[in-house]
Ligand binder design. Sequence first.
Ligand code: NAD
Ligand code: UDP
Length: 341
Amino acid sequence: MKKILVTGGAGYIGSHTALALLKSDYEVVVVDNLFNSSQESLTRVEKLSGKSLTFYQSDIRDKAALINIFKKEKIDAVIHFAGLKAVGESVLKPLAYYQNNVEGTLTLVEVMKECGTNCLVFSSSATVYGEANQPPYVETQPLGNPSSPYGKTKAMVEQILMDVAVSDPEIKIANLRYFNPIGADASGQIGEDPNGIPNNLMPFVAQVAVGKRDKLAIFGDDYPTKDGTCLRDYIHVTDLAVGHIDALTWLLKQEQGCCEAFNLGTGEPLSVLDIVHGFENFTKQTISYEFSPRRSGDLPAFWANSSKAQEILAWQPTKSLQDMMEDTWRWQSNNPQGYQN
Ligand code: NAD
Ligand code: UDP
């Protein structure tokens, strides 16, 4: 049985991926500093899977601690989620973002090389395409120049990983470029639990529905789109989690080193109003909203061409908009205060 280290495994996407790994009979070791998460997510993952995982509360930038974990656990492959992810905050605190996301990855890859682990799945983002590329984004387009320090860290890490792969014929890397992950495990037991006021659309909508926030502000109603609001490619977090298993399975089978990027999205652009009305339709909740000025840095529209993941990884999203909305609501209404309940 292969043993997988999941950095940032207590977080939103990491906890869903840890669950998918356990269900697929991988052994799971999680390293997380709990900066933006709670260990309760992992307790619930263990309950849902009926299996246990090993947890280390540690920072990936602590090289000595990481080496000890690799030596003790004999890790076969790494899925690397740990990092900071708030676009707006990254403009105010760029150094924290470069330190955590870039330096953290450098430390992790150094330790992997020192300990002979050569398989890595990295959490990248559609933001690496920047504004110069036209949607649908496809992996043959060049890396762009993302507007925020957060986006720049993702593009930088992809560049670094490509250079590492050129220098090391053994190392195998998949850079997974996520579009907009939403939803929650169908059990309603694990989901997205942002600290403070949510930056992202879906958790904000869910918190309005549960009465935790008064009103959604929709950023911009004058974009050149069908209803004036931005278009994005929303993907169910469970489909995304399965994408990690597919990427891992593919990497483990490769006989030669490689570094490949894969888009993970549905390919279907939806507007902010599609999401608000979809949520209302499928959950029978009412969402109060008002239009407010555009949010700086938002692109009008982008979505994925995910043919490469479908052809090479045999990955296919299976969840509908209805699943995304119902699962979000099951999680939020069961856990109005997130994991603090
Ligand atoms: P999250 O904040 O829920 O999870 C990240 C986890 O990493 C948290 O549990 C946090 O405590 C941990 N962490 C942060 N820095 C750490 C460090 N130095 N050492 C150890 N643990 C650390 O975020 P998420 O939404 O699950 O995102 C996971 C990854 O996917 C991130 O790298 C993010 O940039 C990327 N991503 C997310 C989205 C999205 O919309 N959620 C989109 C594209 C890419
Ligand atoms: N959005 C919004 N109100 C919010 C949060 C987001 O109107 O409170 C819009 C945002 O302008 C964008 C879309 O919802 O058009 C998705 O934003 P999110 O932050 O979830 O993801 P992004 O695509 O920026 O990574």
